[in-house]
Design a binder for this molecule. Structure first.
Ligand code: TLP
Length: 345
C-alpha cells in the first residue's frame, strides 16, 4: 500500500541530491571548527538570515534551549506563548537544564502574543521578582495552525523587548515557510531578532539538524553551551552537506506544500461535519475539527485513516493535524481526500 504520511514535515527524507552530497562530503572535526561543510553551512545560514554568525546544532529543541541559556542566567525569566513549542514540547528543558522561569502569555488565534500583555509581563526591578530577560516568538506558530507572524508585528515585539533591556529569540523552526508565505526574504522577517533557530530537517528535507544564528558573541557563547549539552559533533559535515543542498534547492518549493495544504483543506471543508474553526491553512499545516455529527473522535479517525494508508495526528479529542511536505504530491492529496470520504461514511 502507498503510505501517505501527513503526521509532520519531520518525516521527510533526504532527496537523492542530498544523499549524493552526503556521500562525497569532505569532513573534519567540527569541535575544532575544522569541518568545511559545517563552516559553509553556518556561513550560508547566517547570511540568509542577515546575522553575523551561525551554529549547526542537532535539533530545533537544542537550538531553543541553547538560545535561552545564552540569553538568560539561572533564575531569569523568559516571556513566551502558552502554545509555543518551547513551553509545551521541549520537556521543560529551559527550566530543568537552564534554571529559566517561563512566563507564559496566551497565544492569540493568529499566533501572536498581545503587545500590551508582553509589556505587562515585564517585571519591575524588585528583589521579589525574577529578571525579565527574553521574549520568544514562534514563526510559523505551529499549534495556532502553522500561522505566520508578520514582519511588522515581529518588529513591534523587538522594540518592546529592546526598550526593556530584553532580547528577542525566534523559534523559526519553519521560518522559511513563513518567509515564502509572505513572499519576503527571511532576513527581512527576522531583522529585529537577536537570535533565530531554524530547522533543516522539516520542510527542507535534510535528515538531521538546525542552525542557530545571531551575533558573533552570542554564537561564541552558544558554542560553549552546545558542548555542555553534549551537542558538539565531530565529522558533522556529512549532515551539513545535506543542509547546504536544503538551503540551495528546497526553500522556494515550500510554496508547493502550502498550495497542497490549501487544496487538502478545501477538499476537506466540503465534507459534512469537518470544519476549520482555526482557519484555513496559511502554510503547510491543516487543523480540521470534527463536528458532533461525526461519530468517531480524532484518535479513532487516525486509526481508520491509517488502515487506508493515510497517517495523520490527533491533537485534541476532536481535532486532527495534517502537514504537507515534499513527499506529498497532488496524487497524495487526492488519495487522502478519498480516504476521508471512505472512513467518514
Ligand atoms: N515540532 C514537531 C513536534 O515536536 C511537535 C512537529 O511535528 O511539529 N520548534 C517548533 C515550532 C517545532 O514545531 C518543532 C518540532 C521544534 C521546535 C523542535 O524541533 P526538533 O524536532 O528538531 O527538536
Amino acid at each position: 500500500m502507498n503510505i501517505i504520511d501527513l503526521r509532520s514535515d519531520t518525516v521527510t527524507k533526504p532527496t537523492p541530491e542530498m544523499r549524493a552530497a552526503m556521500a562525497h562530503a569532505e569532513v573534519g572535526d567540527d569541535v575544532y571548527g575544522e569541518d568545511p561543510n559545517v563552516n559553509r553551512l553556518q556561513e550560508t545560514a547566517a547570511d540568509m538570515l542577515g546575522k553575523a554568525a551561525g551554529l549547526f546544532i542537532p535539533s530545533g529543541t537544542m537550538g531553543n534551549l541553547i538560545a535561552v541559556m545564552v540569553h538568560c542566567q539561572r533564575g531569569d525569566e523568559a516571556i513566551m506563548g502558552d502554545k509555543g513549542h518551547t513551553f509545551s514540547f521541549e520537556a521543560g528543558g529551559i527550566s530543568a537544564l537552564g534554571g529559566v522561569f517561563p512566563h507564559t502569555l496566551p497565544n492569540q488565534a493568529d499566533g501572536t502574543l498581545k503587545l500590551d500583555e508582553i509589556l505587562g509581563a515585564v517585571r519591575p526591578d524588585d528583589v521579589h521578582h525574577p529578571i525579565s530577560k527574553l521574549v520568544i516568538l514562534e514563526n510559523t506558530q505551529n499549534r495556532c495552525g502553522g500561522v505566520i507572524l508578520s514582519k511588522e508585528y515581529t518588529e513591534e515585539v523587538g522594540k518592546i523587548a529592546h526598550h526593556h533591556g530584553m532580547m528577542l529569540h525566534i523559534d523559526g523552526a519553519r521560518i522559511f515557510n513563513a518567509a515564502v508565505g509572505l513572499k519576503i526574504k527571511v532576513k527581512e522577517l527576522v531583522k529585529s531578532a537577536d537570535s533565530v533557530t531554524f530547522c533543516l530537517s522539516k520542510g527542507l528535507c535534510a535528515p538531521v539538524g538546525s542552525v542557530l544564528c545571531g551575533s558573533r558573541e552570542f554564537i561564541g557563547n552558544a558554542r560553549r553551551i552546545r558542548k555542555m549539552l553534549g551537542g558538539g559533533m565531530r565529522q558533522a559535515g556529512i549532515l551539513a552537506a545535506a543542509g547546504l543542498v536544503a538551503l540551495d534547492s528546497m526553500v522556494d518549493r515550500l510554496a508547493d506544500d502550502h498550495k497542497r495544504a490549501s487544496d487538502l483543506a478545501n477538499g476537506l471543508a466540503k465534507m459534512e461535519g469537518i470544519h476549520f474553526e482555526m482557519g484555513m491553512p496559511q502554510t503547510n499545516m491543516i487543523f480540521p475539527s470534527l463536528g458532533s455529527n461525526i461519530r468517531l473522535n480524532a484518535a479513532e479517525l487516525v486509526k481508520k485513516l491509517s488502515a487506508e494508508g493515510v497517517k495523520v495526528s490527533a491533537v485534541a479529542e476532536r481535532r486532527l493535524r495534517l502537514v504537507t511536505h515534499a513527499w506529498v504530491d497532488d496524487a497524495s492529496v487526492e488519495q487522502t481526500l478519498q480516504a476521508f470520504v471512505k472512513v467518514l461514511k
